[in-house]
Design a protein around this ligand. Structure first.
Ligand SMILES: Cc1cc2nc3c(=O)[nH]c(=O)nc-3n(C[C@H](O)[C@H](O)[C@H](O)COP(=O)(O)OP(=O)(O)OC[C@H]3O[C@@H](n4cnc5c(N)ncnc54)[C@H](O)[C@@H]3O)c2cc1C
Length: 437
């Protein structure tokens, strides 16, 4: 397996667990669990090069139609859950930008969606976890029982043990479509004004920004806000069928196509406001429409950069990040900007916190991309913000320790048999020691 951004050059070897009984023997060989491999950087790559693939642990254990509590194995995907439970009137309260991630992966990175201002992160809706340690100990934990294990394992980057199963609280759903409004904005301060106004009245908010616009165009984009409709509960079972079947010899993603794409995308909406009724998957998961779209970046792959910066100075920091990106000419196909609210995440290493979050992706060009990532991180660190481990492969040790001050406490909950390339870089294992549940 390679990460979604194309790391490492040689795919890592995988061993597969089909039943929960398979997991412990496989932990003797594998150095980290993996789910669907949708993390962009190195948090999902094993330090010893062998991954324990949990995707076949994909059974529903129980669903209570009255309370909306789902108990499932960790390899169940969010798509599996939506396909079965949307028609029954339930939805996951937090959905990231792809439905093809596993429950284990969503918990280990404590993923967020477009409604953080209302529902917080994925971990806020996890009721219970079952974690297997490499010494055979089974830890069952929740917010009330063995809560330190719970807080270490949500956003625990797969390092506290293998998550076997989880109980999740689902949210009642009124209809299978969304009523969406797209508002064109010309400057960053308009984005922030729209966020304040929209968070009161809309469940979901997100914006696309033209990250290559400079001067008077800096910070222009489209703000998309939506609420559920009331009506038929349907969820299309299939995908569009479009796919990128192989790595093209030359990536079509380059400075010129990026500039053209960003300009045309911004101009595709001439009116300030457009309303539409759209299926859930078109709003939540636009990129899932083309399978293996990451191959468009070619064999060298690409890097994601996602940060969160405090709200009071966000218009300056986000402006600086966009100006740096535009000046470097590296360009990003999709630049996503949204705000996080005040709902606290349960994980010690959770990324979401109040502020504005910007995500950018860059074709990997070696030293010049590395330099830009360093410049962007410096802006975030100076602002007192954080980078998102699920998207990262370059964060500095100092930046990590500043943004995640509970990392030392976390170290003592690590499983000594598990380590990722990210953990080697950011949490040297000699600080790790075991505690017992
Ligand atoms: C198109 C796209 C859009 C995205 N949009 C968003 C978004 O809007 N918000 C957001 O937060 N993220 C987003 N992401 C990132 C993605 O949601 C996370 O990286 C997620 O963790 C991937 O889950 P996965 O199943 O692929 O896990 P993997 O990438 O395989 O693994 C991720 C981590 O989970 C651990 N892990 C996996 N399974 C287990 C297990 N059973 N036990 C213990 N540890 C385990 C791994 O060790 C690793 O540390 C997006 C990714 C893509 C490709």
């Amino acid at each position: 397996m390679r990460s979604w951004g194309g790391l490492p050059e040689q795919p890592q070897r995988e061993v597969h667990a089909y039943w929960r009984e398979d997991v412990l023997p496989l932990m003797a060989e594998a150095g980290l669990a993996c789910g669907a491999g949708r993390s962009y950087g190195d948090c999902g790559l094993a330090a010893n090069g062998v991954l324990l693939n949990t995707q076949q642990l994909n059974r529903f254990i129980n669903f209570d139609d009255e309370s909306g509590v789902l108990h499932c194995e960790s390899g169940v995907t969010l798509d599996d859950i939506l396909r079965h439970l949307v028609p029954r009137g339930w939805i996951l309260p937090v959905l990231p930008g792809t439905r093809f991630v596993t429950v284990g992966g969503a918990i280990a990175n404590d993923v967020h969606g477009k409604n953080h201002h209302r529902r917080g992160s994925f971990g806020c809706h996890v009721l219970e976890l079952e974690i297997l340690r490499s010494d055979g100990e089974l830890v069952c934990c929740s917010a009330d029982s063995h809560s330190d294990w719970f807080q270490a394992s949500i956003a625990g980057l797969g390092l506290t043990g293998i998550i076997l199963s989880a109980k999740l609280q689902l949210m009642p759903l009124s209809g299978g479509r969304l009523l969406a409004e797209t508002v064109r904005f010309d400057r960053l301060d308009e984005f922030f004004a729209l966020s304040v106004e929209s968070e009161q009245n809309y469940e979901y908010t997100v914006a696309w920004v033209d990250c290559l616009a400079q001067g008077t165009g800096l910070g222009r984009g489209h703000y998309i806000r939506a609420n559920h409709t009331v009506g038929v509960l349907d969820y299309p079972a299939s995908t569009s069928g479009l796919s990128v079947p192989f790595y093209p010899p030359f990536s079509p993603v380059n400075r010129w196509t990026l500039k053209l794409f960003n300009t045309l995308y911004y101009q595709r909406q001439q009116a300030r406001l457009r309303c539409s009724e759209i299926p859930l998957h078109s709003y939540f998961f636009p990129l899932d429409g083309i399978a293996n779209w990451n191959r468009l970046y070619g064999r060298r792959g690409f890097r994601q950069f996602q940060c969160v910066v405090p709200l009071d100075t966000a218009s300056y920091s986000i402006g600086d990040l966009l100006a740096c990106t535009a000046a470097a000419g590296e360009g990003s196909l999709l630049a996503v900007l949204k705000t996080f609210g005040a709902v606290e995440s349960p994980g010690w290493l959770s990324f979401p916190r109040p502020g504005a979050t910007l995500a950018l992706d860059f074709p990997w060009r070696g030293a010049s991309t590395q330099r830009l990532l360093g410049e962007l991180e410096a802006v975030v660190v100076a602002a007192g913000g954080a980078l998102y481990p699920a998207k990262d492969a370059h964060m500095s040790l100092a930046g990590f320790q500043q943004a995640y001050p509970l990392w030392e406490k976390f170290q003592s909950f690590r499983d000594p048999a598990l380590s990722s390339l990210m953990a080697q870089r950011l949490m040297p294992a000699d600080n790790a020691s075991e505690v017992s549940a």
